[in-house]
Design a binder for this molecule. Sequence first.
Ligand code: FAD
Ligand code: DHB
Length: 407
Amino acid sequence: MRTSPSQKCGVPASLVRTQVAIVGAGPAGLMLAHLLSLDGIESVVIESRTRTYVEHRVRAGVLEQGSADLLDATGAGARMRSEGLVHHGIQLRFGGSDHRIDFGELTGGRGITVYGQQEIVKDLIALRLSAGHPILFEVSDVELHDIRSDQPSVSFLLDGASMSIDCDIVAGCDGFHGVSRDSIPAGVLTTYERDYPFAWLGILAGIAPSSEELIYCYHERGFALLSMRSPTVGRLYLQVPADERIGDWPDARIWEELQARLAAAGWSLAEGPVTEKGISAMRSFVVEPMQFGRLFLSGDAAHIVPPTGAKGMNLALRDVSVLAEAVAAFYAAGDTRLLDEYSANCLRRVWRAQHFSWWMTSMLHRFPDHDAYQAQLQRAQLAYTVDSRAASTSLAENYVGYEWATT
Ligand code: FAD
Ligand code: DHB
């Protein structure tokens, strides 16, 4: 039996036919499904976690100008516009004082929007479900089949029952630990990667943020970052050793370390109840190409950046914009040119973000093998970055999202 998933939303048949099967309901998978539905293209999203889990997973917070514009232009930006915080600069703090990078002035009025990733996930899930389109949560044993052919399929278990989705295209939006990338035969992908000898400990705290703008802080004890989610919720990060355990960081120790690193004359850091805390590894990773046959990888499934440049979610949203356009051209005129060019069209932006994220990470963190000479190089780079208009502009245009002048 072949049943349209839109007829069977919530009560899936064991064998479903759709146009695009989307693995993963993170920002990449959900935005792709949304963009395709605007083009009248049918998709099914499958997700291994519960809806509650994905709606409460605390991760990114910074939207580039282009990402915020994308949410707006596609009718998914209403809550972001009313609750998100638009910023036109960041502070670089080193040697105990602040140096502002003025995005507005340096990039012709562009900026960022601080809005939690899980809020975008909530908004996109609500839009999709209210339109009657399917997201199947809590699937397991996901396998991709026949991705080399033009009739691939995805099989999985839902509520213990076997299901299969036949489709034209599979979008692997299942993050770094998903199954899609590993479904590509050995030898096809080239992998580029770098691990960092430290991690980020992140907290959410019930406090009014002590700064209107984000503060990226270089300190001899290690990097610290002050961010926020709302006028009453702060988001703060500390560089910690790569093998650190969260259990070794009671709240009092976290605040003590934040106070030591973020200290600046005439400024104080407000403390409040810690409502969430966790440690995230730092990694740079890219696979090329981002496609094989009818499988297209998007977002963290294809590439990871260390979070210092705030690029991961933004790249995920850009990938799926490129993919949605290519899929639309394919269905409109049977034209596979944009599908064939998908990987190359994404990778130029991916590598720009790789370099920026690596550069910000290298400039702002303490590396265990750094000697006094290396620390002086970092200070020299920071001083130049805030003093030179050219260097400040480079940071600013990358942070708000670099738009290529050439196509
Ligand atoms: P994910 O969000 O990982 O979504 C993948 C989904 O697939 C998940 O829901 C997962 O459960 C599901 N899945 C996995 N395996 C399967 C399977 N087998 N079957 C079905 N579903 C599956 N980025 C920014 O742009 N700005 C920031 O400020 C920023 N800050 C960050 C701070 C931290 C501490 C961290 C950890 C990350 C940060 N990032 C930031 C990165 C950003 O969170 C990721 O790049 C983003 O989540 C990528 O989205 P995605 O949809 O590709 O992958
Ligand atoms: C946040 C995360 C980042 O990785 C970053 O560079 C800036 C802000 C945040 O979660 O708010």
